[in-house]
Ligand binder design. Structure first.
Ligand code: HAM
Length: 422
């Protein structure tokens, strides 16, 4: 037996219904905020991720699926979506269009990670990027759109952590402050963090090893050393969101696992998933496009982990999606079977979701199945009904039955699903 590769998943019904509903909500909400879809390749030149995500990050260091193609070019399955969007913006001269551009994407990403609940090697992200605006208003709008999306799905308990990562000028000062704070406690750090102390001490703030977290808890915040510009920017984002009723919490240890961020960074955590499990991460990346050889173009964005999102969907949304009402058409006998697909065709055209009994089940067996599978109603076509040009429609919730002309079925169905089943 060949099995799927570790860290990948098969998604099948009814769970795929939840995925579709979540994606539709994303398209609607982000679309309503002026965003349109972008689709970029699932593999890119390796160098793109090295230069954007950053050489010292875990992603580039040890998580990328990198391979040579037949011409020995180094390619990588995309570990995230922002780098590809930035590359596409430069390559396709999207700067010729009116800015800012609001772009969303939905699709698989690949990281060679250790398996855990909610952590996969192929996972899907729903991302939104806003390119060409540098204002706090733009960050606030982005986070508002994200919040509205979660609200649409019925979330009420999510926490948005937010921090200031400073500007490039602030970075060396902050790294010095962190080194000074950590150096005396070097021996308490894990071996990775001892290396990070020289390379990139910000990463220590992010380490999941408990002893490192103890040390990191006392670290200075970027806001303690940053210049007024970035401090004011992030404070203004917080103020705007506060006015809008989008609650945020300052988390001075939030540094994000990618190198391209400046100023505003944020993550969304779900109390249900535990402290280390992040549902969404994002922030501002004003240097990324320039670092990739494009013009200086500010940007801000986020990506939601769709696998994790589907795992913690609020019950009400989940049930509304899973309770997809359908009509079960049961023809009894050869003559009725002759007629069944015609009826199915006409009813589908009339907007009725239908399933035809094609295996020749008896009425008794079909009714049992209808009950088990949660059909909303059954259309029974027996010899009597055929002769009279009628269908026996059975409402399984009410337990009632009525004889209808076939043409009246779509209207009958609409009346049925308009009234809530309970
Ligand atoms: P990220 O924090 O690396 O950011 O990933 C965003 C989200 O993707 C995470 O919060 C998590 O929900 C999900 N995710 C990441 N890795 C996995 C995994 N192995 N299994 C399941 N879910 C996972 C980014 O990728 C940035 N590109 C976000 C961004 C967009 N920043 C600006 N624009």
């Amino acid at each position: 037996m060949i099995q799927r590769p570790r860290g990948t998943r098969d998604l099948f019904p009814p769970e795929t219904r939840l995925w579709q509903a979540v994606e539709q909500a994303a398209r609607e909400v982000f679309g309503a905020f002026g965003a349109e879809e972008i689709r970029t390749p699932m593999f890119e030149a390796t160098e793109l991720f090295v230069r954007s995500v950053g050489e010292t990050t875990d992603i580039v260091h040890k998580e990328m699926y990198t391979f040579p193609d037949r011409k020995e070019r180094s390619l990588t399955l995309r570990p995230e979506g922002t780098a590809g969007v930035a590359r596409a913006w430069i390559e396709n001269r999207l700067g010729d269009r009116s800015q800012p551009l609001r772009l969303y994407y939905i699709g698989p990403m690949f990281r060679y990670e250790r398996m855990q609940r909610g952590r996969y090697r192929q996972f899907s992200q729903i991302g939104l990027e806003v390119l060409g605006a540098d204002t706090p208003l733009s960050d606030a709008e982005l986070i508002l759109a994200m919040h509205e999306f979660f609200r649409r799905l019925g979330f009420t308990d999510l926490i948005i952590h937010l921090n200031n990562l400073g500007d490039p000028d602030d970075r060396p000062r902050y790294q010095e402050a962190l080194r000074a704070a950590f150096a005396p406690r070097r021996s308490e750090l894990c071996s990775d963090c001892q290396r990070r102390l020289e390379e990139n001490p910000l990463r220590i703030l992010d380490c999941k090893v408990p002893s490192c977290q103890v040390v990191a808890a006392d670290a200075p915040a970027m806001d303690d050393v940053a210049a007024d510009a970035s401090r004011g920017h992030v404070a203004e984002v917080e103020r705007q969101l506060g006015r809008l009723g989008v609650p945020t919490v300052r988390n001075r240890r939030l540094v994000r696992g990618l190198d391209y961020y400046v100023r505003t960074v944020f993550e969304v955590v779900s109390p249900q998933l535990g402290a280390n499990t992040v549902l969404c991460g994002g922030g501002r990346y004003d240097r990324l496009i320039a670092d990739l050889g494009g013009p200086v173009l500010p940007g801000t964005g986020f990506a939601i982990g769709e696998d994790r999102l589907v795992e913690v969907l609020p019950d009400q949304f989940r049930q509304a999606v899973l309770a997809r009402p359908r009509l079960y058409l049961v023809p009894l006998g050869a003559a009725a079977e002759e007629r069944a697909l015609e009826l199915a065709r006409d009813w589908v055209r009339g907007g009725v979701p239908i399933e035809v009994e094609v295996s020749g089940r008896s009425l008794k067996a079909a009714l049992k199945r209808a009950d088990r599978e949660g059909f909303r109603a059954v259309a029974i076509l027996g010899e009597d009904e055929l002769r009279r040009g009628e269908i026996a429609m059975r409402d399984l919730t009410a337990g009632t039955q009525a004889a209808l002309a076939p043409a009246g079925v779509p209207e009958w169905w609409r009346g049925l699903v308009a009234t809530p089943a309970d």
